[in-house]
Design a protein around this ligand. Structure first.
Ligand SMILES: *Cc1c(COP(=O)(O)O)cnc(C)c1O
Length: 622
């Protein structure tokens, strides 16, 4: 029996793997996840009297027990599976490592079958094992864990980053790359590959191909690897009184988000409640106007009218799974309040929204929306009666009610782990956009991305899928209001010395402030961009030069809004109009034939009053 054999999967997977030579490598005896050896209940007797605690702390077992723990699976309960798996798989895999490495060196892409190989890869120091379970006779080609067919949460699979190993969660992207390179090989590595009977392999690949059509889950490594520090920015600057709830959140969010239960529910709600995937629309008329081929990522079509629902829903679900009965949130313009109220209404969670008194008057319609969905709006009457005062009141509430209450933060800001959590929930934007663009543009990547930056959540959500792609230029657009020199603006990355690194509301980043560190007043016609601080990851991306930040004034944004409305029949939110205005500037620097994606973070309905006031003089027909 040959150890390595070439299999013909072209019939089944021609679409997904054209031109790839596919090898399979059998690792006989390395382990089996077919059930028998690993089914804890079936083998209970064999484990009576075993010192579980000693086993759990054994150096060869502890890492795996930790993986289980992180994934929300109790390792004590599943210890027989873990231990059995380790003993059988790890040891034998180790003996095969030189050979595995030799083969891996000869191919460009590796797909791993079964949990067992994960152990082998880990021992080999091969990075990023990810599973493609090719073992099944049935239809459940889920990634599997030690417990028979119990799905392994994705976070468990991704140990380290790797370019070579194909993941079920990133396979779609990498396959595009792989298949464009005609010399690419794909190695299927696993103990349960059939002796040249490739039917299950075919079936698996077919199923994977099918699944790929449904879109992949955002990679959880983006979550695990984030924060608390983004070089000098970020951190967790909190009062001692806030320490217990923040610690609780830090301990639990990764575990919960990585769990299969959370992922299933969240993905389902994104699809059926939010209406994802949102389209990626080629806007030909607008493209002609600005001179580059432009796609819009249509977050304006998400439920409640903007990207904010992705995060609100994710965190509300997280709150529920943490056992919290009550959610509080702050809101400035009201958009985050609306999204949070909607998520809480859906999940049956009590909801309180803090809002500055002045903002409540300016955004009366959103106050009504929030109340209609059953949430309470509490006026913040201190300070300037705007967003930062609302945040202060919300934090006070959190301290007082931490046992029952979850604080649902609305942008990629605040103390760790909020920037990581919000980035993760918004990364669905970038993941979808990347796939959609590749499907429409023959597997290519866009030349540039443009997004507006308030706190930075819609921008980081779009950027996240492309940060590792050096050929994709990233542009964030800040609100220049009436111009930097007037002082009436929200430019945190300006040159005028009004913004420096500082700590505000839990994290360090660029903050508009005066010489004494007093927080500066901000202005933008777009309420969502009117905030004195920018998210810490943007500060890092800016300092490292990976992303570029430019700005658009009130007037420029309004003009861009009118342009898109007229030539495409799409009325953007005033925030998103800043991205459009920024893109017009970016387009001038891009080479002929460039293709870009602009994040259309929201729709303009909420801004109609402002727009009407500012444009009435020229627009009213006589
Ligand atoms: C809130 C909001 C923004 C700004 O917030 P980010 O966290 O920077 O994305 C942008 N666009 C719309 C439509 C918004 O509602």
């Amino acid at each position: 029996m040959n150890e390595i054999f070439e299999i013909d999967v072209s019939a089944a997977a021609r679409v997904q793997f054209p031109g790839a030579r596919v090898l399979a490598m059998r690792l006989p005896g390395v382990g089996s996840v077919d059930g028998a050896g690993l089914d804890w209940s079936a083998n209970r007797a064999a484990w009576t009297g075993v010192d579980k605690d000693a086993l759990l702390t054994h150096p060869s077992i502890a890492p795996y027990a930790n993986y289980y723990q992180r994934a929300g699976i109790n390792p004590r309960k599943h210890l027989p599976s873990v231990a059995n798996f380790i003993h059988r798989a790890f040891g034998r895999a180790q003996a095969r490592l030189p050979r595995i490495n030799e083969v891996v060196d000869t191919v460009n892409w590796v797909a791993v079958s079964t949990m067992t190989s994960l152990g082998a890869f880990d021992a080999a120091g091969i990075e990023g094992p990810v599973l493609l379970d090719l073992s099944g006779e049935d239809e459940s080609y889920e990634p599997v864990g030690g417990q028979g067919r119990e799905p392994l949460p994705a976070g468990l699979l991704v140990l380290r980053d790797s370019k070579k190993v194909l993941s079920l969660f990133s396979i779609r992207d990498t396959v595009h790359t792989a298949t464009r390179d005609s010399t690419s090989d794909l190695l299927l590595l696993g103990c349960v590959l059939p002796p040249l009977d490739s039917t299950p392999v075919r079936a698996a690949l077919q199923l994977v191909a099918q699944r790929l059509g449904d879109g992949r889950s955002p990679a959880l490594e983006t979550l695990a690897g984030q924060g608390p520090w983004f070089d000098d920015h970020g951190g967790c600057f909190i009062a001692e009184t806030l320490s217990p709830p923040v610690s609780e959140l830090t301990e639990r969010y990764q575990q919960i988000i990585a769990s299969a239960a959370f992922q299933q529910r969240y993905r389902s709600l994104l699809k059926h409640y939010v209406g994802r995937a949102t389209p990626l629309t080629l806007v030909e008329n607008f493209s002609r106007e600005i001179g580059v081929k432009t796609y819009l990522k249509r977050e304006d079509l998400a439920h409640t009218g903007a990207h904010k629902i992705n995060n609100a829903l994710g965190q509300a679900l997280l709150a529920q799974m943490m056992g919290k009965r009550r959610v509080i949130a702050e809101t400035g313009a009201g958009q985050h309040g609306v999204a949070t109220a909607a998520a809480c209404a859906l999940l049956g969670i009590e909801c309180v929204i803090y809002m500055g008194l002045r903002d409540m008057q300016r955004q009366a319609l959103n106050v009504q929306r929030i109340r209609l969905m059953g949430a309470r709006v509490v006026a913040a009457t201190g300070g300037t009666q705007t967003l930062k005062d609302a945040i202060n009141d919300a934090l006070r509430d959190w301290v007082a009610n931490a046992d029952t209450t979850y604080y649902l933060l609305g942008s990629a800001l605040g103390p760790h782990p909020y920037p990581a959590i919000v980035r993760y929930f918004q990364s669905v934007i970038g993941d979808e956009a990347r796939q959609q663009f590749a499907a429409l543009e023959d597997g290519a990547l866009p030349d540039a991305l443009v997004a507006c930056v308030g706190g930075g959540s819609n921008a980081i959500g779009l950027f996240s899928a492309f940060i590792e792609e050096p050929d994709v230029q990233l542009f964030g657009v800040e609100a220049a209001g009436q111009g930097e020199s007037t002082g009436n603006h929200s430019i945190r990355f300006g040159q005028g010395g009004q913004s420096r690194s500082g700590v505000l509301q839990g994290c360090r980043s660029y903050v508009l402030q005066d010489a004494n560190g007093q927080i500066g007043e901000t202005h933008s016609i777009a309420p969502g961009l009117d905030y004195p601080m920018v998210g810490p990851e943007h500060a890092q991306l800016r300092d490292s030069g990976r992303a570029n930040y430019l700005w658009a004034s009130d007037d420029e944004a309004l003009q861009a809004l009118q342009l898109l409305s007229r030539c495409e029949g799409i009325i953007p939110a005033l925030e998103s109009a800043h991205a459009l205005a920024g893109a017009i500037k970016v387009a001038r620097q891009l080479p002929q034939g460039a293709r870009i994606i602009i994040n259309l973070s929201g729709r303009g309905d909420k801004d109609m009053q402002t727009i009407a006031q500012l444009t009435s003089a020229e627009e009213v027909p006589q």
